[in-house]
Design a protein around this ligand. Structure first.
Ligand code: APR
Length: 228
């Protein structure tokens, strides 16, 4: 049986595809305040601004291509049973060809009804507008988990992390909970690899390996170590 790898990814894995991260210098949260665009309160106060924020991000993601780090995740599937648990909403893991992706924070290319959250729709272009309605006549909102909202896929993701033989953490500052807490779910027998130019603070543990590098170089090093 193949060993199980869970790869927990954040905005840093898509940085080399030209998509901005959130908390780096020049990151998205320098240009916007979270409470203005990424909370249920923001949606109630100024839905047009919220839609515009996600429209801009969707426009960028639409033309972005996966990079070598995303493809390395796919490469690992030859030898391992791979689950991607991503905080990213850009769909670059799917574009690269990863077969099993759990989206913790939703997906940019989907919308859902404000009336019934189970009514989820694909967005074909990049724009979602005020007046775009679900089949029951309610406004559509981005299919994104906003700050203060529950993370519906959390338990599913945690179950994969608990079963992992290897946990790889790539390109996340681990500042946002509950996603960051997934690292603590891993078994003490599992190896943990953390790939990031600025290694986030983590509880020290015997099987922790840090690779202080950008995602593309770091994932290449990881492939050499795990597939040889
Ligand atoms: N390769 C790998 N990592 C990189 C690269 C790169 N080329 N460039 C930057 N990074 C790292 C940074 O060092 C940082 O640790 O990516 C991380 C990005 O952190 P954040 O901007 O905080 O992004 P993320 O951890 O994904 O944010 C979590 O916050 O606002 C929310 O919902 C949003 O899902 C997001 C969540």
């Amino acid at each position: 049986m193949k060993k199980k790898i869970v790869i927990l990814t954040g905005a840093g894995i898509s940085a080399e595809s030209g998509l901005a991260t959130f908390r780096d210098a020049g990151g998205l949260w320098e240009g916007y305040r979270i409470e203005d665009v990424a909370t249920p309160q923001a949606w109630r106060k100024d839905p047009a601004l919220v839609l515009d924020f996600y429209n801009q991000r969707r426009k960028a993601a639409l033309v972005a291509e996966p990079n070598a780090a995303h493809f390395a995740c796919v490469e690992l599937e030859k030898n391992y049973d791979v689950t991607i648990v991503t905080q990213n909403v850009d769909n670059l893991h799917e574009k690269a060809g990863s077969k099993h992706v759990v989206h913790l924070h939703g997906e940019l290319f989907k919308s859902r009804s404000t009336y019934d959250p189970k009514l989820v729709y694909d967005i074909s272009g990049w724009e979602l507008s005020l007046g775009d309605k679900c089949e029951k006549g309610s406004q559509l909102r981005p299919h994104i988990v906003w700050f203060g909202e529950a993370v519906p896929k959390l338990e599913e993701a945690a179950a994969y992390v608990r079963q992992a033989d290897i946990l790889v953490v790539v390109g996340t500052s681990l500042q946002v909970y509950p996603a960051a807490g997934l690292v603590d779910e891993v078994s003490s027998a599992a190896e943990i690899y953390v790939i990031d130019p600025h290694i986030p603070t983590l509880r020290s543990r015997p099987k922790l390996h840090t690779i202080a590098a950008k995602a593309t170089n770091g994932m290449a090093q990881l492939l050499q170590e795990l597939v040889s």
